[in-house]
Design a protein around this ligand. Structure first.
Ligand SMILES: *Cc1c(COP(=O)(O)O)cnc(C)c1O
Length: 385
């Protein structure tokens, strides 16, 4: 089976992890700060906080922005469940903004309409999480303008988008947001096995997230109350978690990020090749927002079902049967049983639901060979003919 995504680990990655295994620190050593520094250098953001997953990063990002009971968090229905669950972790209520039918990202027009309505009902969101689906940057200028007008905070879920650019600036730069989150799960663009990071330009948010990453415990005397008992002393000043990234994960990140631009170019090469080879098939190919460079985590096609004799499921199954590890990103979050039980109804985000009926993620990863890609193309041609 040709997988839809796969990590690319070279000898240098392996050697760097082995070196750390033989070193003094398996956790809480120099590699996490080194990886954070590499993320800062790459993105131009002021601060990066490495954690054990993007899910953890989203959670502490929401907490740092003060999200809590009585607040609203809005995100896109076409995302991994974690982009919405982080609001529920904080006791907030979650709602969704329908997608743009061309970019598949949160639609700024739908967002504006929903904000106008929410303002009248006094239910404006505290936090909005645009998701750069497939690596394609959201219309951050429009969303940033609305955040100023309506007073909400922005967390970019850039789990798919490291290595991409928006209007010339690297994703993660936080020029239009308060916090940006990356995932380093093995299917993503670079990996630390499990891992994530939160980036920000605001020191107050960085300090808060650092504290929450590790139990809310500090050894910084300036943050403590009362007298310091001795050199062993620490204080818990907030309710945090153990969301730390290990040294093994961090050093893998340090090694992987050196090849980031190579990885993203390989994906662009494959994407261009797919677009050329699939041009005459009854599918909608990915659209690219002007003045953006995608991280290209995913290559999603939409079936033009009126020109195909098979159903969406039949096409999917036929490709899998031919050894093509196609996938579907994502099932609209509001249609998940957990969200349906909270009162969300089928039909409430029509563009997202229509997307779900047509979308298929084709295999794409940096080490994919042209032979493998041609196999995918041939299988699609056979199935759709
Ligand atoms: C993968 C992913 C996450 C979660 O990442 P983890 O590192 O596995 O926690 C969140 N949001 C999106 C959009 C993702 O693709």
């Amino acid at each position: 089976m040709i997988p839809y995504g796969k990590q690319d680990i070279n000898q240098q990655d392996i050697d760097s992890v082995v070196d750390v295994l033989k070193s003094d620190f398996l956790t809480q050593g120099p590699q996490v700060p080194a990886f954070e520094q590499a993320l800062v250098s790459h993105t131009g953001a002021s601060y990066a906080i490495g954690v054990n997953s993007a899910t953890s990063a989203l959670h502490i990002a929401c907490l740092a922005l003060g999200l809590g009971k009585g607040d609203w968090l809005w995100t896109s229905p076409i995302t991994f469940v974690a982009s919405a669950n982080c609001g529920l972790y904080c006791g907030a209520q979650v709602d969704f903004v329908d997608i743009d039918p061309d970019t598949y990202n949160m639609c700024p027009k739908r967002l504006e309409e929903k904000l106008t309505k929410a303002k009248k009902e006094n239910k404006l969101p505290k936090v909005v999480i645009p998701v750069h689906l497939c690596g394609q940057p959201c219309d951050m200028e429009a969303i940033g303008r609305l955040s100023k007008q309506y007073g909400f905070k922005i967390i970019e879920d850039a789990s798919h988008a490291i290595g991409g650019r928006y209007k010339g600036l690297p994703i993660g730069n936080c020029a239009y947001s308060d916090i940006t989150v990356f995932s380093f799960h093995p299917v993503k663009i670079i990996t630390t096995a499990e891992g994530g990071a939160a980036l920000t330009n605001q020191q107050e948010l960085a300090d808060k997230m650092l504290l929450l990453r590790s139990h809310g415990v500090t050894r910084d005397a300036s943050l403590m109350q009362g007298t310091i008992h001795g050199d062993w002393y620490y204080q818990q000043i907030d309710l945090g978690f153990n969301y730390r990234m290990s040294e093994l994960q961090a050093v893998l990140g340090v090694s992987q990020i050196k090849r980031l631009s190579e990885f993203v170019s390989a994906r662009h090469h494959l994407s261009k090749r797919y677009s050329e080879k699939l041009a005459s098939l009854p599918v909608v190919l990915p659209y690219q927002l002007p003045d953006t460079y995608s991280g290209l985590h995913l290559f999603v096609i939409r079936l033009q079902l009126e020109d195909i004799s098979l159903s969406h499921k039949q096409v999917f199954d036929a490709l899998r049967k031919r050894g093509i590890g196609v996938n579907l990103h994502y099932i609209p979050v509001h249609t998940q049983p957990y969200y349906q039980n909270m009162g969300f109804e089928q039909g409430s985000f029509p563009e997202a639901e229509k997307y779900y009926e047509e979308a298929i993620s084709l295999p794409m990863f940096q080490s994919m060979t042209f032979e493998q890609q041609d196999e995918v193309v041939t299988a699609l041609e056979q199935v759709l003919k």
